[in-house]
Design a protein around this ligand. Sequence first.
Ligand code: URA
Length: 437
Amino acid sequence: MRIYDVIEKKKHGGELSKEEIFETVYRYTAGELPDYQMSALMMAIWFCGMSDRETFDLTEAMATSGETVDLSAFGDRTVDKHSTGGVGDKTTLIVAPIVAAAGGTVAKMSGRGLGHTGGTVDKLESFPGFRTSLSPAEFVNQVRTHGIAVIGQSADLAPADKKLYALRDVTATVDSIPLIASSIMSKKLAAGTRSIVLDVKCGNGAFMRTPKDAKQLAETMVRIGTAHGRRTAAVISNMDIPLGHAVGNTLEIMEAVEVLQGGGPKDLRTVCLTLASLIIGLSCQKSADEASVLAQEMLSSGKAYQKFCEWIAAQGGDASYAKDPTRFGMATCRLDIIAESDGYVAACNAATVGTAAMMLGAGRQTKEDVIDHRAGILLFKKPSDHVVRGETLATLYAERQELLSPAATLVKQALTYSPTPIVTPQTVYETVTADKI
Ligand code: URA
């Protein structure tokens, strides 16, 4: 097979065979194909797309390009949840213990934040001592004993995707639905759980800007998972606005604990309960109503919070911080943003707030950057909220004074106002299940 012919075929909109896809992916991973040819193929796919069959094959080729995790010893209830990335998205910290408390088995690999989006691994590493890197034996042992483990992505998992994603990142070929769907699902398939639930974010702070694109991505991923024998479903949720009030690692942990203790912001609770119900339904084989009642019960009884504290301790973290997150303390420097007039918040641009949080030190501009766990933003007002002149709209936190003012300029830009009332934005747009596609 000549890679030139594969590129030529896709350039003219042809359908690649399984053999062509597998050989291309394996040879590229082994370093036998140059980046310039793979870039040309990615761009041809960007323009011409892929059929479902090609997308399934590409996913499988990437999933089997390295190590795959065997979780069969845990039976039918293993589950992974994946978010396509957002601002203030601390759902894993809440959903994972709800599901584990309800009898699901959460064996999950999570990512770090990059750019304006946060990552679960960074949030978990805020706990002194917490280990996001466990040996395979430790991982399996923890899942067996506690029903929950969340670790960083193993370098050996889907190495083809790792290499391809880095290439797509610098060749303007990230935003292609078959390429995003196969990239995400290759890692989920390799991670070995029986059920997969995807939180597809939609809006200015997400890869998918419109509900139509988000739905197409969600449906493609659900079809991929189902075709590979995994129970798969997706939620499409709003990422025009940061989720909850807190953006930044320890601030988000404090907010997650509020939800686990029965309070917290309504939008965050809604997304978490929607995801948890869907996951419990799939992994524990419950009806939608039974799963929803069970998820609510795990929160209101405190069982999910107990499971959260148990999980943090099991992974080496100091659980006294989980029991009392005020122990994290607030960052050394702070700046309040004050409303200059009366009105209603019309918008709170997620991407801009995420960028401001990154500038404060909560996130990374490059993979090498070191983050300040206590840096971030608390938003006191969100779209549709009434505002009175002089009220505090948001507070910015940083460890260095000089970081505050440029970030404050961005947060002010992110917030727009209306003199008349605004309808409260929807939090969850839609749920996509295999039987509905
Ligand atoms: N996340 C991934 O893992 N892959 C993509 O292509 C986009 C987002």
